[in-house]
Each structure stands twice: as C-alpha cells, then as structure tokens.
Design a protein around this ligand. Structure first.
Ligand code: QAP
Ligand code: CO
Length: 171
C-alpha cells in the first residue's frame, strides 16, 4: 500500500521517534508499505516519520554499479545507534519531505551503525560514500530533524521564502 508522505512544514516531521520493541507482522507490513511508497516517489531513502509513524525505522535502497535499484540491496534499519563518525564530506542532498529542493550538507564521511533488522537480529554496518550520507540523513529524521536545518542561515532564509512562494503556486 502506498502511504502519504508528509512534507515540510508538517509539524510531525519535527517529532522524535520512539524505539521499536515489537518485531511483528505490523512492523513487517509497515516496512513493505514504506518500500512501496519510497519507490513510487523515486526515493532512495525513507524514515517512518515521513509517513506519519513515529518509530525508529528507516529504509535505504541505493542504486548499484549498473544504475539499477534492486530490492535485494534494500537496507531495513531499526533502532540505529551511531557508534562512530569520522571525517567530513559534503553532498547535495534532497528529501521526499522537501520536494524539489536540493542543497549541500556537511556530514561525517565514515560511520559505524549498530541496528536491528526486521527480525530483531542485531546488525552492524561500517560504510562511507553515499550510504554513510544516507544513513545520517535518515537517522536525522528519527530525531525530528530535516536537512534544511543543516544548511547555512542565509540559505535557510532563502529556502523558507522560495518554498512558501512555490507552495502558493501549487494552490
Ligand atoms: C535521502 O532522499 C538522501 O526533491 C533520500 O522531488 C539524500 O530519496 C540520501 C526525492 C541525499 C542520500 C543523499 C527528492 C525525490 C528523493 C525530491 C531521497 C524529489 C523527488 C529524495
Ligand atoms: Co529525508
């Protein structure tokens, strides 16, 4: 089932999500719906709060070397904890909850994240590159943060002005 994606400035996007304690079919259905919703909007990452569910769940599905986005490469990450962040890198980010806006964001280059999969099994991932950036972007959602809070003050002011203008146009 395709779910509605909340967009800025929806207040729910700024709430902190709670730990997952039950790894049941309800969780599995949510993960499946999140995947369908993300692919339907041509995203590479999605956090549960973006579909209105305040639980510490995120999915990431990057494209491979052949430019294909395969479900076999899907990462389902529950209750992530960042154990290590090293270095610094800048990447032009976007977000399904801030459609049409892209801006440079500074993040750690290398991360180590402990998490649980859909069966509650403990996992660890160590990575750099786009996956490290995606993990940090999606984890921010779990703490109620959007990437637009990590751009400079002047860019943020410009964003607020232009985003409002575009919303008006939509009407
Ligand atoms: C988060 O972002 C991310 O504005 C995932 O019109 C960002 O999937 C991970 C999207 C940067 C790594 C690097 C955005 C789709 C998708 C839009 C997304 C849009 C349509 C964003
Ligand atoms: Co996002």
């Amino acid at each position: 089932m395709i779910l509605e994606i909340l967009t800025y400035p929806n207040k729910k996007l700024f709430t902190r999500s709670a730990e997952v304690t039950e790894f049941n079919s309800e969780l599995h259905n949510l993960l499946d719906d999140m995947y369908e919703t993300m692919r339907n909007s041509e995203g590479i990452g999605l956090a549960a709060i973006q579909v209105g569910v305040a639980k510490r769940i995120l999915i990431i599905n990057l494209v491979n070397e052949d430019g294909e986005q395969n479900k076999a490469d899907l990462l389902e990450i529950i209750n992530p904890v960042f154990e290590l962040k090293q270095g610094e890198t800048t990447f032009q980010e976007g977000c399904l909850s801030v459609p049409g806006y892209y801006e440079d964001v500074k993040r750690a280059e290398f991360v180590r994240v402990r998490y649980q999969d859909r069966f509650a099994n403990k996992q660890v991932i160590e990575t750099d590159g786009l996956l490290a950036i995606a993990l940090q972007h999606e984890n921010d959602h779990l703490d109620g943060h959007l990437f637009i809070e990590r751009i400079g003050f002047n860019k943020r002011k410009k964003f607020d002005k232009e985003y409002k203008k575009n919303k008006q146009k939509d009407k």
